[in-house]
Design a protein around this ligand. Structure first.
Ligand SMILES: [Mn+2]
Length: 345
């Protein structure tokens, strides 16, 4: 992946969509709240405009994320391939071919018809026409601008739908900002949040359905991860790991461990946290988190740090996927962490 930047503006994307009869919308594998919210908000708006929309979730989808969609509103990538006759394909919240598996091949093939909306600084030029705004806290913030440009009221649902465009936008905005706690939650985020609440979003119901709806296995996985904690760099960095055997023993899935990487940051002296998980044997996924310094810069730019393992993300939250078993991955990553300079408080 290299630097991913805008090649056009929102008006140009809106014009492409207005001229299309059929639109496919997809995002990164295992969609999070922002990916799913971006897909669903844009799908609802385009269906209001009478477009035929194929909204696709790729990879394994967290049931709480799947439940954000009305029946029949979005489908899994296993249901059918993309129709090669689709007029426009919108790729949201990622610019990386590897994250589009198993649809990466068809997206490459239909490249001239692909447009992108993203807020990540790195990508593969998946979409020749794209708007990339790294100042946006969530992709749904950019999707809101696009829907405004298309002239669709955010209070609308898709025809025959029950859930609003505003609700889907709010899901992305809330989840990507840690429910408005992260540094990225600036005045523009709160202004859009205010507009979405005015549009009738039930934030309490959404919080419960997304954040207070885990399976009991989450506590077992959390306990195991905390028991694996190692302290590096004089106590400034914490690492944790969940091996394949841990997943089997706790009956947890990788979804059950979402957000566990943030727990060590509750300790004042800890500036960076890493959680390595091996839910599939031989493949280790790593989440990295950094706290901001008082001047707002990250203690560790974890997007840059993750890049040395082929990953990426944001300065304060990033990830990588390495094709080695957990013990070897942990050794490599911890060696790289021990080499980080400038962590003296
Ligand atoms: Mn996002």
């Amino acid at each position: 992946m290299t630097a991913y930047a805008s090649t056009c503006d929102i008006a140009a994307i809106a014009a492409r969509l207005r001229g299309a009869n059929t639109v496919a919308i997809l995002s990164h594998s295992r969609p999070d709240g922002d990916a799913a919210g971006s897909i669903l908000a844009l799908a609802r708006a385009l269906r209001v405009l009478g477009k035929r929309v194929d909204a696709v979730f790729t990879g394994a989808v967290d049931p709480n994320i799947l439940a954000l969609a009305d029946a029949g509103e979005a489908r899994l990538d296993t249901a059918a391939p993309l129709d090669p006759a689709t007029d426009v394909i919108v790729v949201v919240d990622t610019g990386a071919f590897s994250q589009l598996e198993p649809l990466d091949g068809i997206v490459r093939q239909l490249s001239a018809r692909v447009v992108g909306i993203d807020h990540h600084a790195r990508g593969d030029a998946v979409a020749p026409d794209r708007v990339v705004d790294t100042s946006a806290a969530a992709t749904t913030q950019i999707i809101a601008r696009l829907i405004d440009e298309l002239g669709v009221d955010l209070r609308r649902t898709a025809p025959n739908g029950t859930r609003t465009i505003a609700e889907a936008l709010f899901v992305g905005l809330a989840t990507d900002t840690g429910w408005f706690r992260f540094q990225s939650a600036d005045a523009a985020v709160f202004a859009l949040a205010s507009r979405l609440l005015e549009a009738g979003v039930d934030r309490i119901a959404l919080y419960q359905s997304l954040e207070e709806n885990a399976r009991p296995a989450r506590l077992a996985a959390t306990a195991t991860a905390l028991a694996s904690l190692r302290s590096l760099c004089g106590g400034r960095v914490a690492t944790m790991a969940l091996s394949h055997a841990d997943f089997l023993a706790t009956k947890a899935t990788s979804d059950d461990a979402t957000g566990v990487v943030n727990i060590p940051l509750e300790v004042g002296v800890i500036a960076m946290s890493a959680l390595m998980t091996e839910s599939q044997p031989g493949i280790t996924k790593v989440s990295f988190r950094s706290k901001p310094r008082t001047d707002g810069r990250p203690w560790v730019n974890v997007s840059d740090f993750a890049a040395q393992f082929g990953g990426g993300g944001h300065a304060l939250a990033a990830g990588a996927r390495v094709k080695v078993a957990l013990p070897e991955a942990r050794a490599q990553i911890e060696a790289a962490i021990e080499a980080i300079k400038g962590l003296t408080p």
